[in-house]
Design a binder for this molecule. Structure first.
Ligand SMILES: C[S@@+](CC[C@H](N)C(=O)[O-])C[C@H]1O[C@@H](n2cnc3c(N)ncnc32)[C@H](O)[C@@H]1O
Ligand SMILES: O=C(O)C(=O)C[C@]1(C(=O)O)C=C[C@@H](O)C=C1
Length: 258
């Protein structure tokens, strides 16, 4: 028994059982109950998440520039923020995490405080559509853009591209959909098999699917690439894919001096 806990206090349940019993259909929200189980939920729900996070560290190390801002937009509990923090070698960078869920930001503050790296982190409880962006070398949208109103995505990406310095990047990870119905069916089945292999029941999978249907709107890889280029990035590279989850690197070219 945990001696630091009084007998009346129940241990905090951090395993995701939110959809395990039948519930009234309601849109998925990043509220306190999701924030509590989020590390378990995202690891068991997103194929490749546990690979993408350490690679954000590697990419941040490559692309962070001295005396610039690095942003993690939709930072949740700070897993991607901490990966950036560990990768950025320039002590004069500012690392800024933004999320509009107060439940996420409160817990994120705690995780950031537990990490003993020197680089300071500023957390903003704000909408990423309104947050100020400037002088950026690395910006991360790790499974966040998919939750933004599709009509507002181009404007946000253009603001990020405008704020990004030559040679800087956006790391964009997303759930995607496929042009071919056959491929869509295959990748969806494999994603659901991944969830099943991670202990989710058919009821959990189907209730979660209904809950995110109206709030997580996936787009095709072609749509993402075209929009990133018209937003002002010069190149888009897919550096990771597992089933219907993809991560891209959108790059601003270095200015040539001719
Ligand atoms: C799937 S989670 C991101 C996971 C996180 N980046 C990671 O790597 O662990 C999506 C997050 O985006 C946040 N979010 C969604 N829309 C947002 C918006 N318009 N402004 C700010 N945060 C937003 C949610 O509150 C949620 O915490
Ligand atoms: O697509 C699904 O089935 C998911 O559960 C995905 C997803 C995501 O990609 O963000 C949805 C909500 C939670 O943030 C965790 C995982």
């Amino acid at each position: 028994m945990n001696k630091s806990r009084k007998p009346s206090e129940a241990p905090e349940q951090t395993t995701d059982r939110l959809f395990a019993t039948e519930r009234r259909p309601e849109d998925f929200r990043f509220d306190a109950s999701v924030a509590r189980v989020f590390p378990d939920m995202i690891r068991r729900s997103v194929p490749g998440y546990t690979t993408v996070i350490p690679m954000i560290e590697v990419i941040s190390e490559q692309y962070a520039q001295p005396a610039t801002n690095c942003y993690d937009l939709g930072c949740s509990l700070g897993a991607s923020t901490l990966a950036m923090r560990h990768g950025i070698a320039n002590a004069d960078c500012n690392l800024i995490g933004v999320d509009n869920s107060s439940a996420m930001i409160e817990r994120c503050e705690h995780y950031i405080a537990l990490d003993d790296s020197a680089l300071p982190v500023t957390l903003r409880c704000e909408d990423i559509l309104d947050t100020e962006l400037s002088n950026a070398s690395v910006t991360t949208l790790n499974f966040t853009l998919q939750f933004v109103d599709p009509e507002k995505r181009a404007g946000l990406l253009a603001r990020i591209a405008d704020a990004t310095r030559p040679g800087g990047v956006l790391i964009l990870s997303e759930k995607v959909r496929f042009e071919s119905d056959d491929e869509q069916a295959i990748q969806t089945r494999l994603h659901h098999e991944f969830k099943r292999a991670n202990g989710y029941s058919d009821l959990e999978i189907s209730q979660k699917r209904t809950a995110i249907e109206q709030v997580l709107i996936p787009e095709t890889l072609a749509a993402h690439k075209a929009r990133l280029l018209s937003a002002g990035f010069d190149d888009v590279v897919v550096w990771y894919q597992c089933f219907n989850f993809v991560s891209m690197l959108a790059i601003k070219a270095n200015q040539t001096t001719e």
